[in-house]
Design a protein around this ligand. Structure first.
Ligand SMILES: [Zn+2]
Length: 244
């Protein structure tokens, strides 16, 4: 983690009113994080809240005894990682790890709690975000249980692209497989299918979303549900543009 002077744009913060933003701004620190940086481990006190900037992605991952890890939620410029709703420094349940490095805004959890105590609208904004994050986890449970892997992978690529803001995603097939809890050979097969359909291209260590509309047709309905829930609860926070 390095301190940075560059501007970091997080949409959960940028959509706050000037008054609410002024409660948080004195406590803000900007950092650059690298892939693999761990923000907190299960059981650790959550001392800081991290607001990823455009292009940065962190995930809550759960590790099991057999060594496998799976992604429970993906957080980028639309959200925050840490005690956004709980009071004080509660122990973390999942590991929070940086998946795609970049700028992030860090705010001490105690300072954020102080700001929340002083503003009903700030509390409401973060409570709405917590609901969106819970929705993402709930939808993932249904998605993982019911939907085919090609639809889940297409959904994951769309969600990643939203947060990265670019058609090139610097992710390996091994990484995608781990996040979605499948064998790498299966991922490779499905990536070739999506490539054959003209939706994506891939190379060593990256995947390019070539035709977002086609990729959207392959994705399950979970992608649209979550996006609409976000837009309903927190207008202007989920990154959208003319891509789709
Ligand atoms: Zn699904």
């Amino acid at each position: 983690m390095e301190r940075s002077k560059r501007q970091v744009h997080n949409r959960l913060l940028s959509t706050l009113s000037a008054r609410d933003r002024a409660l948080i701004d004195p406590h803000v620190e900007t950092l650059v994080l690298s892939k693999g940086d761990v923000l907190f481990e299960p059981g650790e006190d959550v001392a800081n809240v991290y607001f990823p900037g455009a292009g940065t992605i962190a995930s809550f991952v759960l590790g099991l005894r057999d060594g496998t890890v799976t992604e429970a939620a993906m957080i980028g410029q639309e959200g925050a990682v840490g005690g956004i709703i709980s009071h004080g420094q509660k122990p973390a349940f999942a590991r929070a790890v940086v998946q795609i490095g970049g700028g992030v805004i860090r705010v001490p959890a105690a300072a954020l709690e102080g700001a929340r105590q002083r503003s009903v609208t700030l509390r409401d904004h973060f409570a709405r975000y917590a609901d969106c994050l819970l929705a993402q986890v709930l939808q993932s449970v249904a998605c993982n249980a019911v939907h085919e892997y090609d639809a889940r992978l297409a959904r994951w690529l769309l969600a990643t692209q939203d947060r990265v803001g670019n058609s090139r995603l610097d992710v390996t097939q091994q990484f995608v497989s781990e996040m979605l809890g499948v064998q790498r050979s299966y991922t490779s097969k499905v990536i070739h299918q999506l490539e054959g359909a003209g939706a994506i291209e891939h190379g060593r260590g990256f995947i390019v979303v070539k035709d977002r509309k086609r990729l959207t047709r392959h994705a399950c309905e979970c992608y649209g549900y979550l996006r609409r829930h976000y837009e309903h609860l927190l207008p202007g926070v989920y990154p959208t543009d003319e891509r789709s």
